[in-house]
Write a protein that binds this ligand. Structure first.
Ligand code: GSH
Length: 78
């Protein structure tokens, strides 16, 4: 999995903490980005916001307030 994040984003920070707490930190490739200029991010998330998680199958997940995120992330990790 890949997590597009910005170090200044509190939303991305929250998700990074969750990833650490649920033991997925090592399985996620962290990609630091500028959401206002990164065309790769815009291609996978039309809102072009961080955090954006790309699951191993390629499905993007975004919106840190999605309460299903920890469960969905764990499921995608198998
Ligand atoms: N509701 C979103 C908000 C995410 C958000 O606003 N992220 C900001 C950085 S803190 C961003 O990516 N801004 C870029 C933009 O608005 O184009 C969440 O909880 O993930």
């Amino acid at each position: 999995m890949q997590l597009f994040f910005a170090s200044t984003s509190p939303f991305a920070r929250k998700v990074r903490i969750v990833a650490h707490e649920v033991g997925l930190w090592q399985r996620i490739t962290m990609i630091e980005t500028d959401p206002w200029t990164d065309d790769r991010l815009r291609a996978i998330n039309p809102l072009a916001k961080v955090p954006t998680l790309v699951r191993d199958g390629g499905e993007p997940l975004y919106d840190s307030g999605d309460l299903r995120l920890p469960r969905r992330v764990r499921r995608s990790a198998g």
